[in-house]
Every structure is written in C-alpha cells, then in structure tokens.
Write a protein that binds this ligand. Structure first.
Ligand code: HEM
Length: 189
C-alpha cells in the first residue's frame, strides 16, 4: 500500500484555492502625475508540497499566480507569480514575487501568536533594497529609471475572505512615489 504523506502547510493552508475580488484600487505613477485604476483580479494558490534545504530546513510551498485586469477595458495590466513558503521550525513565512517588468523580490517575516487570532490570519511582510535578509532584484534599466526601494504586503484571511494591501515605494520620473494596491477577495468554492 502506498503511503499518503500529509504536508503541514501551517498558515499557508488558509491561502490554498482560487480567490477572486472586484473592488481593487491601484494607484500608479505617470510622468505627469498619478493614475488611479479600479481593478478586478484572480489569485490561484496551488499546493507545491515540501522540500528540504541543506538537509535541515523543511519548507512547505505554495505556488501562486495573480492576474489583475483593469475595469475600464478588461485588459490584463498586472501579472505576478511566485511562491509562498513556510518554515515550521522557525515559524518564518516567505513570499517570492516576480513581475514581468524585470523586478523580483523575497519578502519575509517571523510569525508569532499575534498573527493568528480568533481564526483570523494576519501577515505583514516586507522587502527592501537595503534589507540584508529580504531583498529586491531588478534590471539595470529599472534601477536607473523606476527603482523599487521597498515593498510591504499586509494580508488578512478570515472565513474565506482575504484583504490584500500592498505598498511599493518607487523612485520614478525623478521623484519618490508610493504605488499602492488594495483589494478584497473571496475564496471560490
Ligand atoms: C495589483 C497589483 C499591481 C497593479 C495593478 C500594478 C499596476 C501598475 C501600473 C498601472 C503602473 C503604471 C505603468 C503602467 O501603466 O503600466 C505600474 C507601475 C509600476 N509598478 Fe505596479 N502594479 C501592481 C503591483 C506592483 C508590484 C507588487 C510591484 C513591485 C514589487 C510593482 C512595480 C511597479 C513598478 C516598478 C512600476 C514603474 C514602471 C513604470 O511605470 O514605468 N507593481 N504598476
């Protein structure tokens, strides 16, 4: 009889599935100001099993894909993929994020009891160009013209509802710009 191995996804278990939301607001830079884009999106989180690093660190892994469409024309204007990982021993959560602007990052945070309260999961995770643990990698063009300096993601999940709020600090068009995205999503059955 083959053995069934149960993966312990810990906090990541709450993310598994297909999420949809249509109340998104994106604030993005323009050369002569700011654009505001109402959007809808689908985020799919799939189980990726677990793996071992250096024969000692065990990571439970989810792969995700996030597709964001502008309400004004139904066109895809943000496409993101990566992994969420959880180290049960250290209770560390990590999010690797890649966008096809040639920007990638690894955000991370150590969790504690305050992240799980009354069935609600709250994650506050960040990365920065000066952060030695949780960094950002970007192309030479982006470094020069549209630098991502810091990234922060606040995520809450409770009873099949997710609130996702992201702040990406940019240096673009000769100024600092707070690029923000926020949406509420529902787990599809
Ligand atoms: C829901 C999520 C997001 C949406 C809808 C979104 C949308 C946009 C839009 C509309 C622009 C303006 C340029 C354009 O029209 O293409 C932009 C610029 C930019 N975004 Fe995002 N974004 C999102 C998340 C992110 C994230 C997570 C990062 C990086 C960590 C990021 C990095 C950038 C950068 C570097 C630019 C400047 C490039 C430029 O305007 O030339 N964005 N984004």
């Amino acid at each position: 009889m083959s053995e069934i191995i149960e993966i312990n996804y810990g906090p990541l278990a709450a993310l598994i599935g297909v999420w949809k939301g249509d109340k998104g607001i994106d604030i993005a830079p323009e050369s002569d100001g700011t654009e505001e884009n109402p959007y809808y999106e689908t985020i799919t989180f799939e189980e990726g099993g677990d793996l071992t690093n250096g024969e000692e660190q065990v990571l439970a892994v989810l792969h995700y894909r996030k597709i964001v469409k502008r309400k004004s024309d139904d066109g895809i204007f943000h496409d993101e993929t990566g992994y969420w990982m959880w180290d049960a021993k250290e209770n560390v959560i990590m999010h690797s994020l890649n966008i096809p602007r040639a920007v990638s990052l690894l955000a991370g945070a150590k969790l504690n009891d305050s992240n799980y309260k009354n069935g609600k999961l709250s994650i506050d995770i960040s990365a920065g160009i000066d952060n030695e643990d949780w960094g950002i990698v970007q192309s030479p063009f982006m470094k020069q013209k549209a630098l991502t300096k810091n990234y922060r993601q606040e995520l809450t999940v409770e009873n099949g509802k997710m609130i996702c709020s992201e702040t990406t600090m940019l240096e673009i068009y000769g100024r600092a710009f707070e690029h923000t995205d926020k949406n509420e999503l529902t787990l599809q059955s």
